[in-house]
Write a protein that binds this ligand. Structure first.
Ligand code: SF4
Length: 332
């Protein structure tokens, strides 16, 4: 079970002079809630939020954090270009064990004919990047770790909504290797760069290509989009979470819809619920918040739900020869 030691958090809060704090935990860390509360309550007045918190893009509602001195969020890495309204402490969850790589593990990449590899990791595995780079270079690969943009904290980092570290080296590599769990980050890298991407799962010590997974993903997305092609009435939904709020983009999409003769209503939410759009009787939803919502949760919706690039491709507003992943660069 993942665990983050609160000792350094306590020290940071003392240095800051904080008295009242709000603690936010992802579901995976909630089994430790009594330990965290006991440890922090010795020095501070603590409230723990029960919301799930999937990323540093979400710090909950103003009413909850208005009267605290600091928000502490465990598990995620700060998003540097988000204008947080309160002092924040992000305690990242990292797997920092030293991993020894058997050179054999990289064979699937070599067998596919690649020698120049872009290396990436989700925050949990960011400490293993340098070690993986050294092992790959010893095995004869040329390895690049890409520069992050202002939404990411580290070179080589990947988020479900940002692949900037991949874009920065995509012209110099043949393929990508992503150290992560689950397939979302690695399929996202393949879709956003159009280069074959491999997933390195450190629990299984196995590398697998995301080629077939990406094809399955595209089939699913095109099936959803085909249901939206005759849509005339759209809900264009802006998520008000601080790191997902793209109000300018929401207005652009609504304008696109009006220009093509459709009807658009702009809707704001901090908790997108399928029943809301059934009640509004729209033909389709364009969601400008977390790109994972339309992609992971589409089956919960009885109307087709799309990302902004999907909408703009489907209705010919932007010509593109291949699928474009939605990515968040900045919020407003
Ligand atoms: S917008 Fe989505 S993918 Fe991006 S950090 Fe937030 S939860 Fe993660």
């Amino acid at each position: 079970m993942p665990y983050i030691d609160p000792t350094s958090t306590i020290q940071k809060l003392e240095e800051m002079g904080a008295k009242k704090i709000l603690l936010q935990l992802p579901d995976g860390l909630k089994p430790h809630v009594f330990d965290y509360f006991t440890a922090l309550s010795r020095k501070f007045s603590v409230i723990i939020s029960s919301q799930p918190f999937y990323g540093a893009c979400d710090i909950g509602n103003r009413e909850v954090y208005d009267d605290v001195d600091c928000i502490v969020q465990f598990g995620h890495s700060e998003i540097p270009n988000v204008p947080y309204p309160k002092p924040m402490i992000f305690e990242e969850y990292r797997q920092n064990r030293v991993v020894e790589f058997d050179p054999e593990i990289f064979e699937p990449i070599r067998k596919s004919g690649y020698s120049r590899v872009g290396l990436l990791a989700s925050i949990q595995y960011i400490d293993t990047l340098e070690n993986a780079r050294r092992s790959m270079e010893k095995s004869g690969f040329e390895v690049k770790i890409g520069k992050n943009d202002a939404r990411l904290n580290y070179p080589g980092q990947v988020l479900g909504c940002n692949f900037s570290a991949a874009h920065s080296v995509s012209a110099e590599v043949d393929c990508f290797l992503v150290i992560s769990t689950g397939k979302f980050h690695s399929t996202g890298v393949q879709l956003s760069t159009d280069l074959e991407t491999f997933l390195l799962d450190l629990n299984e010590m196995k590398i697998s290509s995301m080629k077939q997974e990406t094809e399955r993903f595209l089939r699913r997305r095109y099936a959803v989009l085909s249901k939206a092609q005759n849509a005339r009435k759209f809900c264009v939904v802006m998520d008000t979470k601080i790191g997902q709020r793209r109000s300018s983009l929401t207005r652009v999409i609504a304008e696109n819809i009006r220009e093509m003769g459709g009807q658009a209503v702009i809707v704001s939410t901090d908790d997108i619920r399928p029943s809301d759009y059934e009640n509004m009787m729209c033909d389709a939803v364009v969601f400008t918040g977390c790109p994972r919502v339309p992609i992971d949760d589409w089956e919960k919706f009885s109307v087709p739900i799309m990302t902004p690039p999907e909408f703009q491709w489907l209705f010919g507003i932007k010509k593109q020869s291949r699928y474009i992943m939605d990515e968040i660069v900045t919020v407003d």
